[in-house]
Structure formats: C-alpha cells, structure tokens
Design a protein around this ligand. Structure first.
Ligand code: NAD
Length: 355
C-alpha cells in the first residue's frame, strides 16, 4: 500500500513523525506492508522549488493509495501573493486528487469532557458525530459577480448543484452510515432554496438503495441549534459545501481541542487525503508541544476508508483511548492531576498501546 507523506511546515513534520511510527507498528502487528514516500508541499516546497505544490508531488500523490498530510503554512510565507502561498498547494492538491467529500468526525473522548463548552449532562458518554461535507460544488464554486447599480453596487454568488454532484456525496454518506449506526441526517434549506429542494429529492432517491439506513432531513438553522441542544441525536450528517463548512466547525468545537480532530477527503476511488484539521501552529513548532493525536487518528481513518482495514483502525483508536485513560495529556488538553507529555512521548505511548 503506497502512501505519499507530506510533512509540510511548522508542527507538520513533528506530528507526521508520530503518525509514521503508528503505521510502522500497525505494519508489524497486522503483517501489512506500507510503502511510504515523503514529498514536498507548502512553505518548505516554496523555499526549495519556488512553488507550493511541485508537479512531482501531485504526480506522486496521484500514484499512491493514500496521502497523509501534516499541515502547511507559516508567518514566513504570509506576505506572498495568494497563488504562491502554502495554502494554495492544499487547494491544488484537493483539486488534483478529485476529492469531493470531506469527512470530519467530531469525537469527544469521555476522558476529555471538561474540555467541551457544553454541560456534562448534554454530552453524556461523549460525542461521535461524522460530518460529510460536499467539497467541490455549491456556492464556493458557483458564478459570482458585482455590478454598479444606482446608489451603490450589487454583488451575487450562486449556489448551484447538479443531481450527479449530490448523488455521489449522498451515496458516500450512506455507505459511511452503514459502517456506523445506520442513522443519517441530511441538512438543507429546502423550505427556501431550489438547490436544497433538488438536494432533498436526490437524497430521498439514493435512500431507496439503502433500506437499512434511517434518514431524516433537517433545515440548516435547526441543525445548528440541535448540535448545541442535543448533539447526541446525530450520527452521520451529510450536507452541502457551505453548510458543511459551518456545521463541521461548530461540531468540532463541541469537542474542545483542535489537536484531537482528524479528517479525510475522499473521491470516487479509494484514494483519500488524510490530515488533522489543525494548521501548522507556528507558535509551538519545534518545541515538542504539539498534540499528535489528530494526525494519528487521521491514520486510523486512512486504514478504515482507503485500505478497508477496520481492525487496524479500531486498534489505533483504542490505543489513543487507553493512553488518555492512563492520564497522559499534551499541553493543549492538560487538566489538573494528569501527566504532561510532549509530542514524541505521546507518539511512543500510543504506539506501545497498539495491540
Ligand atoms: P492553527 O490550527 O495552526 O493553530 C491555532 C491554535 O491552536 C494555535 O494556538 C496552535 O498552537 C494550536 N494548535 C493547533 N494544532 C495544535 C496541536 N496539534 N497541538 C497543540 N496545539 C495546537 O491555526 P492558525 O494559527 O490559524 O494557522 C497557522 C498556520 O496554519 C497558517 O499559516 C494557516 O494558514 C495554516 N493552516 C493550515 C491548515 C492546513 O494545512 N490544513 C489548516 C489551517 C491553517
């Protein structure tokens, strides 16, 4: 199984190193061979090649079975023009890989309940919501413009979806629901928007192929409210690009720390892009302070979604749980009475717990 590894900038290389140790342990225990190839992207690529996403990097990623990314960006490159900034590499990579669905699990480990802004009774035993966001259509890619009108200007953006775009992301969400609690919430604004009415029609159509999955439809304003009021009612949420952008941030913040949250971006085949949701955290880079768990859990997602290695994915997640149970915490999730660990030690602790 070929994995293109992009350490990137800031804390990227530090957290990726821990994720690679995890892959190594999985390889030994489950007797699977991973072929890792490190490639350049982001600020480091700008420094060495002049562009944030060199062609060789994209080629290598396309030839791989999965891509593991740390994070890109940093103060050093902040004054460059947009298309030459590290983040442009990220957009180019997503586009080049043809990934159209972004999966963001919002998991709150019971051990970290106090990190959430919600009351303990609302959180129950913890949270585990998967937001599936359409990534390449909708208003972020629709026609936009401005024109002068009497007394000022007018600006517009267009939310447009084809049934094909909705169908492929809906199908993926149904498949994911089938691997979880068989409960899917489709979020739209069908009481107002025509694009949402098409969204709902297509989701209902696809639902006929998945009779075991319970589907409900929710307006986006209600979904935003329900995530705060009773987040445990959700298992998988599927929604459009803009609604997903907002709801996935809201859902992830229910869990408290950026350093704990993985993500996956998937397309038609099994090739996926796996990365923590956090950035390159230049403020703590090189200090052994970064929490590597988000990247380690991204590896678990890779094992599950690109390699169909459910047992290996579950082994990584269980190892993270056991390390938290034993009281080890990086600085971002530190609580009184717990044991403070650095990036390297946290990586080693998780590796030791994988069985
Ligand atoms: P950030 O996520 O890097 O950091 C926000 C805060 O969270 C910082 O205080 C940081 O120290 C902390 N933090 C983040 N990850 C952590 C971890 N694993 N462990 C402990 N603490 C952690 O966001 P930012 O500061 O807005 O952005 C910094 C740079 O990262 C910018 O150049 C930005 O463009 C880039 N960025 C990249 C990505 C990506 O590569 N996917 C995503 C977001 C931001």
């Amino acid at each position: 199984m070929k994995i293109a590894v992009i350490p990137g900038d800031g804390i990227g290389p530090e957290v990726i190193k821990q994720a690679c140790k995890v892959l190594d342990k999985i390889s030994q225990i489950f007797n699977i061979e991973f072929e890792l190839k490190e490639v350049l992207m982001g600020g480091i690529a700008i420094d060495r090649t002049g562009v944030p996403l060199p062609e060789e990097t994209l080629d290598e990623c396309k030839k791989s079975d999965a891509v593991l990314l740390g994070a890109v960006g940093g103060w050093k490159w902040d004054s460059l023009p947009g298309r030459l900034r590290p983040e442009a590499g990220l957009l180019g990579l997503r586009k080049g890989l043809g990934v159209f669905a972004n999966l963001r699990p919002a998991m709150l480990f019971p051990q970290l309940k106090s990190a959430s802004t919600l009351k303990e009774e609302v959180l129950g035993d913890g949270l585990n919501i998967m937001v599936v966001r359409e990534l390449t259509g909708g208003i972020y890619f629709g026609q936009r413009g401005r024109r002068d009108i009497s007394g000022g200007q007018e600006a517009w953006d267009t939310e447009a979806y084809t049934s094909m775009e909705i169908e492929r992301v809906a199908r993926l969400a149904f498949e994911i629901s089938g691997k979880r609690q068989c409960k899917l919430t489709s979020v739209d604004k069908a009481n107002v928007l025509e694009s949402s009415r098409l969204w709902r029609e297509v989701v209902c159509q696809v639902a006929k192929e998945y009779p075991d999955i319970t589907v409900n439809h929710m307006y986006v304003d209600n979904a935003a409210m329900q995530l705060i009021r009773n987040p445990r009612q959700f298992d998988v949420i599927v929604t459009s690009n803009m609604f997903g952008d907002i709801l996935s941030d809201e859902a992830s913040m229910l869990t408290g720390s950026l350093g704990m949250l993985p993500s996956a971006s998937l397309g038609e085949g099994t090739l996926g892009l796996y990365e923590p949701i956090h950035g390159s955290a230049p403020d703590i880079a090189g200090q052994d302070k970064a929490n590597p768990i988000a990247t380690i859990l991204s590896v678990a997602m890779m094992l599950r979604y690109s390699f169909q290695l459910e047992a290996a994915a579950a082994a990584v997640e269980a190892a993270v749980c056991r390390v938290l149970d034993k009281g080890y915490r990086t600085a971002d999730i530190m609580q009184p009475g717990m044991i403070l660990t650095g990036t390297e030690q946290m990586g080693d602790l998780v590796v030791d717990e994988i069985c």
